[in-house]
Design a protein around this ligand. Sequence first.
Ligand SMILES: Nc1ncnc2c1ncn2[C@@H]1O[C@H](COP(=O)(O)OP(=O)(O)OP(=O)(O)O)[C@@H](O)[C@H]1O
Ligand SMILES: [Mg+2]
Length: 308
Amino acid sequence: MNTNTSLKNKFDSSSKTKVVLLAEDLIKIYKTGESETQALRGVSLKVHEGEKVFLIGPSGSGKTTLVNILAGIDKPTSGKVFWGDLNEDITRSSHEEIIRNRRNYVGVIFQDSKLIPHLTVEENIRLTAHYANLDFEETERRLEFILKFMGIWDKRNKKQNRLSGGEQKRAAIASTLITNPRIIIGDEPTGNLDIVTSSKILDLLDKINVELNVALLIVTHSQLVAQRADRIIEFSDGVILAQHGKDIRLRELKQTRELEIDRQNRIHIPQSILEELNNPKHFTINLENKKIVLKPIYQQEDENENNS
Ligand SMILES: Nc1ncnc2c1ncn2[C@@H]1O[C@H](COP(=O)(O)OP(=O)(O)OP(=O)(O)O)[C@@H](O)[C@H]1O
Ligand SMILES: [Mg+2]
């Protein structure tokens, strides 16, 4: 299959649909004592209605930091985040405003369920609805539909800590869906499940995506998960390095990589290519037949190193 065409079609068709999540120039610096970690170094992205976007990248590259900021759980050092048609930058909203607004826009699923262990599935979902200020009628109207949609109607009176891992995950997703979000953000949502249970949860997320038109933004390290994406964002060292279309192999990313130009016209060159070229610090740049040609320039000491 031609990945370039599929990615282009995806962008073209999605550009006509509404944006459910928009991030501009996110920077996050963690300060601990004397040391600073720049976890995000200028990240901008858009997710459209009904899109299925997955986020991949090495450990420590900033994926969790990014999704926590996008979900309003953490604040960036600078940059903006917009949810759907909500006309305000949520990085400037108070905690109360975020909780109130999140219900119509963003659902979050974590690796470990955040539901209360000694409450039943139904009680947990009602509690989420209560915190999100959902009125009684709306909660009643959605509760049965969602429990049945998630296949846990018959488990509704069981306590959360008496459920299997897969059922706990279904309950957690159900509690996210009660508030009718337009996008679900998940940080390795199936990371702690076995392959069979994990596949079932991924099937459910697909069903939520297709039948309820909820967009997905999912962080993953797993080939099994990544192969279900419409579009994959490759993260590296706090920036978006590249995008990939469908059908990628996580071990052979360079075959499908389309480098991303950010809002400041910057492109990041993959580390593996720089290493192959012996880490040059400068390049000449030329346009040749509408292709950009970068030629490495080696300083005197670099050349000595390369020749030795
Ligand atoms: N609360 C924190 N305080 C200080 N540094 C942090 C904090 N959280 C994350 N970091 C640092 O920020 C960087 C990005 O971390 P992050 O957890 O976002 O990476 P990740 O891509 O999610 O990694 P993984 O795939 O292992 O989950 C790392 O260098 C990490 O050590
Ligand atoms: Mg992480």
